[in-house]
Design a protein around this ligand. Structure first.
Ligand SMILES: [Zn+2]
Length: 252
């Protein structure tokens, strides 16, 4: 394992532009359960009934039954892997992160260039007023949270929607452009906590490979079909700090 960590660190330190592509696996190590796994949110709530914009528009109160549960597990902290990625960005080794996660843990750790491919629950929107509210404010509201703005003299009261991308929604244009900007010219991608099965996000490592870049994977269960140059099987919160330490030592 140490040899593989050294190899990954050498490639990362020598890259012209290194990026990170992350998924649910990095958050499970912070205590957020994988919504897709057995007993997870999506095995108990039918995505068609609870996970689509159509469902939300039809019956936002019902969908908030699921969202309230999702909210409860989101009050967690970044782990050592998140913190190591933030150190790497600060030291200039990582250009940015494309994440499939909605929990904002990369930003909480200190990363500044983060593209949230599937949106985020750090903010909530009123679809009527087109106004955004920070999570901290929404958490003070009763469930389901309602828009407090005054519209023509009376409270708007529209039920707020988290700015996460529901299953029937398109990837936000801003995220598509942001990801494209990051991936373009990247010659190294560190894939963490994702089996890369959800398209179009999973296309990102393949694009780096087509550009002649290296693909290094850190996963508890190695991703089939990713075909990485180096696969490190184990914990994000252990392996990524070890890689970061090695990268920063190479500089010294
Ligand atoms: Zn409103």
């Amino acid at each position: 394992m140490q040899e593989m960590i050294n190899q990954a660190a050498q490639w990362l330190a020598g890259a012209h532009k290194a990026i990170v592509f992350s998924g649910a696996g990095v958050s499970t190590e912070s205590g957020i359960p994988d919504f897709r796994s057995a007993g997870g949110l999506w095995t108990r709530y039918n995505p068609a009934e609870y996970g689509t914009l159509g469902a939300f528009l039809r019956d936002p109160q019902k969908v908030w039954g699921m969202l309230a549960e999702m909210e409860q597990v989101m009050n967690v902290k970044p782990n050592a892997g998140h913190l190591a990625l933030a150190r790497l960005e600060r030291a200039g080794y990582v250009a940015g992160i494309v994440t499939q996660n909605i929990d904002g843990l990369h930003q909480a750790a200190g990363n500044t260039n983060v593209v949230e491919y599937h949106g985020s629950n750090r903010t909530y929107s009123c679809l009527r007023c087109r106004v955004r509210f920070p999570r901290a404010e929404v958490q003070q509201m009763p469930v389901p949270p309602r828009c407090p703005r005054l519209v023509e003299g009376s409270r708007c009261d529209t039920i707020l929607k988290p700015d996460v991308v529901f299953f029937d929604e398109a990837i936000p244009m801003q995220a598509v452009i942001g990801a494209d900007h990051l991936v373009r010219g990247a010659d190294f991608v560190l894939v963490v906590g994702t089996s890369c099965e959800v398209y179009p996000a999973a296309e990102i490592p393949q694009q780096v490979r087509r550009q002649g870049g290296r693909v290094v994977e850190v996963n508890m269960e190695l991703a089939r079909g990713l075909n990485s140059h180096l696969s490190l099987q184990g914990k994000f919160s252990q392996i990524v700090p070890a890689i970061a330490e090695r990268v920063l030592a190479l500089r010294a």
